[in-house]
Write a protein that binds this ligand. Structure first.
Ligand code: SF4
Ligand code: SF4
Length: 94
C-alpha cells in the first residue's frame, strides 16, 4: 500500500518535506508529466515506523488530494485504514 496524489493537487509544496523516506517529488520531477506532485509507490511506507498517520496527507491543505493507492508488495501498510478507503477514491485523512 502507498498513498497517491490526485490531479487536484495545487503544487503548494507542503507535503514534500514531511515525507520521512523521500517518496514525494514535485511537479517538475513528476514522471507522469502531470502538473502535480507525485508519490513513488515503491518508496512510500505510509509513514509506518515514522508517524501515526501519513504525514503528507496531514500537511496537505487540499481535501481529498492524497488518497490510498495500490498495494506494493513488500512495502509496509496500515491495516486499520478501513475498507472504504481501499478503492483509492477517498481521502486518507478526512
Ligand atoms: S505516507 Fe508518509 S511515506 Fe508515504 S509519501 Fe506520505 S509522507 Fe511519505
Ligand atoms: S500538500 Fe497537497 S496540494 Fe500541496 S503539493 Fe502536496 S499533494 Fe499537492
Amino acid at each position: 500500500m502507498a498513498v497517491k496524489i490526485t490531479d487536484i493537487c495545487i503544487s503548494c509544496g507542503s507535503c514534500i518535506d514531511e515525507c520521512p523516506v523521500g517518496a514525494i517529488v514535485d511537479d517538475v520531477d513528476n514522471p507522469t508529466g502531470e502538473d502535480t506532485y507525485y508519490v513513488y509507490a515503491d518508496k512510500c511506507v505510509e509513514c509506518v515506523g515514522h508517524n501515526d498517520e501519513p504525514a503528507c496527507a496531514n500537511a496537505c491543505p487540499t481535501d481529498g488530494c492524497i488518497v490510498w493507492s495500490d498495494i506494493v508488495e513488500g512495502q509496509p501498510s496500515r491495516d486499520d485504514i478501513g475498507a472504504n478507503l481501499r478503492d483509492g477514491t477517498n481521502p486518507v485523512v478526512a
